[in-house]
Design a protein around this ligand. Sequence first.
Ligand code: ADP
Length: 334
Amino acid sequence: DAKGQLTYANPMAQKILGLTQSAIKERTYDDPKWKNLRIDGSPLPGNEHPMAITMRTEKPVHDFEIAVQPPDKERFYISVNAAPIHDVDGKIIGGIGTFMDVTNRRKAIQQKDEFISVASHELKTPLTSLKASLQLLNRMKEKPNLRVFPKLIDQSNKSLMKVSLLVDELLNATKLTEGHLQLQQTTYTVRLLINDCCPHIRQEGIFELIEEGDLDLVVNADINKIEQVLVNLVNNAVKYAPDSKQIHIHAVKEGAFAKIMVIDKGRGVPPEKLPHLFDRYYRVDTGGHQYSGLGLGLYICNEIVKKHGGTMGAESKLDEGSTFWFTLPLADTA
Ligand code: ADP
């Protein structure tokens, strides 16, 4: 009504707002028990509520999003449309508001914002170091110091490589989400795939890659894309299980599929996080240690494997290690 007192709420509104028929009569649209918030989380003053705006201005309000914090439930977001109701003489006698739960839409926007902030941060680190090296090189343009010159060029190349890898990862993720992945499948043995993988880690010699199991299985797959998957899993083992110097790559036959596992003896993943690892942007909060990354690696791997008709998964025990695996259809060798 004109005073802001609720007079009627339909069953869906009652459900969303957790109202009972008797509570409706006692409530105004800005009941203090149910905190109305702006979408940035700050309190929404009563006069900024879309119902108050429509009553004051006597004009309708469209798609006005607010957050609602119930006393005992998770915060949710609603998009409100509000309009004044006039009597025959044009005097305002109340207002009507309709609203829609848009919590999922809001969460997707928040996730995107968070991702943009992570991605910018990740790109900034190598760019800052590239900028520093180039500034130093620039300063010694006239009189090159041959002792530091090659070091600075190496440093610049390394930073540039990091930027380029990050941009590839971003482009890959977009391509996959839009369904533009093209496969060039050939037939090869698992041995060939594993032997060719990760020369950077073998050369460094800090981690040992142990190949075992049925390496003679023949698969039909895009070797470059599957190598990318394997490299990602091995790189993750190196990054997240740095104390596990041995990384096992184990192949077994499972029905019409080859199952390839990458096994580390690192700190593992908490069980409640395991189901989310393959989600886009998902990263496990490790508390103390800050690992760099976009949370896209496993998402990209999973999409590549799915496109081949295989599946991907992970098993892990805290402080004992993790096994990340994927399957590929065996080639029809008959
Ligand atoms: P990123 O490495 O960019 O964060 P990924 O999609 O590759 O993204 O990995 C998602 C998350 O899974 C990582 O943030 C990490 O917490 C966890 N993870 C991946 N591999 C391992 C592993 N071998 N051991 C422990 N945690 C892992």
